[in-house]
Write a protein that binds this ligand. Sequence first.
Ligand code: NAG
Ligand code: NAG
Ligand code: NAG
Ligand code: NAG
Ligand code: NAG
Ligand code: NAG
Ligand code: NAG
Ligand code: NAG
Length: 396
Amino acid sequence: MVDLVLPVTHFLLLLLLICYDPTTSSTVAGGEVPFYEDCDPDTAGGTYAQNSTYRSNLAALAAELVKNSTGYGSAAGSFGAAPDAVYGVALCRGDSTGAYCSEHLGQVFDDVMNRSSPGSPGSRSRCVLHKNVSLYYDRFQLRLSDRDFVSGYGNEPEWPLNNTNLVNSSVAGRFREHVAELLNATAADAAQQPDRYGTGDSWFQEESTMVYALLQCTRDMAPGRCLACLRRIISEMPRMLDASQFGGRVLGVRCLLRYEMASNSFFHIDNRTLHLQKQPNPKAWPWAVIVAVAGVAAWLMWRDGRWHELIDRCLGDGGRHGASIKRCVQVALLCVQEDAEDRPAMDDVVKMLINEQAILPEPGQSAYFNIRPSAGAGADAPSSACSISISMITPR
Ligand SMILES: *[C@@H]1O[C@H](CO)[C@@H](O)[C@H](O)[C@H]1NC(C)=O
Ligand SMILES: *[C@@H]1O[C@H](CO)[C@@H](O)[C@H](O)[C@H]1NC(C)=O
Ligand SMILES: *[C@@H]1O[C@H](CO)[C@@H](O)[C@H](O)[C@H]1NC(C)=O
Ligand SMILES: *[C@@H]1O[C@H](CO)[C@@H](O)[C@H](O)[C@H]1NC(C)=O
Ligand SMILES: *[C@@H]1O[C@H](CO)[C@@H](O)[C@H](O)[C@H]1NC(C)=O
Ligand SMILES: *[C@@H]1O[C@H](CO)[C@@H](O)[C@H](O)[C@H]1NC(C)=O
Ligand SMILES: *[C@@H]1O[C@H](CO)[C@@H](O)[C@H](O)[C@H]1NC(C)=O
Ligand SMILES: *[C@@H]1O[C@H](CO)[C@@H](O)[C@H](O)[C@H]1NC(C)=O
């Protein structure tokens, strides 16, 4: 007989995790609005004809940019010779590569390269047939030009985005430091990754929320160059963003950053995600150890030194496992104490169960068993009052 005592919050969290699928949260590129769109100048020299050499060079470059971004998260290169050479850099966020990337980047190229017939909904982009194009969306971005902006690794245009909510001014200073440390550590990690993509999270105790960070460079940047680019945009944040904002982004052609204070991450957490400050274990957890002690008198019997009676009647004979069973019962009772502050943290429970020598504190009155036994309960309690089950399950 096992009572499941899963706190509702954990259950909700589980549901959220199951429901959160980054690939379904936005529409196709055509329906998505870019955060940043710059296609000037709209002059004769700034555009190309549909049947031009420039466009065929661009089509060839586009195919390679989409292919490489789909596979590796980003791509940079050129195609053709002057005066029809085309330069391009494309990027898909590290957790949005694959089919998502090829579909959305492909659609952006369609939008900018194909002039649709008048009145057709085809060309939504005002960048269509422009040479100098910068388009930054949420999870993918593109920059094209007839000038070589690629070999210099310049990050222009850089574009900040604010989350306009501010943290309480009493903790703003600590929040800025917290964000800076998280960005700094995640930058160092991102620069070392083959795809130059890094994510991290860190618990901000003052507001009891997690802060998430994502940083990425194009993968053709050597680790040192990538790190320098990221450190520079981090250091320029005070100029572009107020870092006591709940969140912010600095988007650039070559490197970008984003942080958010939120209850759910905006990126896909994987086994590379750094966890800087962990959320302290909630004390009221009955989470990894599911304890059900259905005997009304369990705690009272413990207090009276008659714990073995519980065991005897339930298992027949505490016998040679008596000490271990006693230990488990004691840990179980510690976990369900009335006062949540007294309950041991998860790490401590594991230590208590693993290390048979560890001294255990005496359990206080149980929260779940504070019903007074009726007179006579105890030595001759009915057998229905006598079921103990303690089971360990491992966290997912
Ligand atoms: C491109 O098409 C236009 C008509 O749309 C035509 O006048 C021009 O000669 C074509 N140019 C090339 C290089 O084919
Ligand atoms: C695409 O990836 C291949 C293999 O890594 C590389 O040789 C090529 O230069 C890349 N092209 C672009 C445009 O990124
Ligand atoms: C746009 O042009 C590309 C390359 O020529 C082509 O593959 C694609 O089908 C076109 N898309 C539309 C919507 O016309
Ligand atoms: C191209 O656009 C960028 C901004 O997106 C601008 O800084 C640059 O001067 C433009 N280049 C030309 C040749 O117009
Ligand atoms: C900011 O924090 C102070 C001290 O913790 C608190 O008194 C105040 O109500 C908070 N203000 C807001 C807007 O949350
Ligand atoms: C940023 O991280 C580097 C190590 O990666 C460290 O040396 C430096 O002190 C950190 N700076 C800040 C402001 O945390
Ligand atoms: C973002 O925040 C900075 C710093 O507070 C401010 O200068 C800038 O105007 C804000 N930008 C937007 C778009 O709100
Ligand atoms: C991380 O997960 C990927 C699969 O998503 C796996 O290929 C890789 O080996 C894992 N790395 C580590 C260090 O666990």
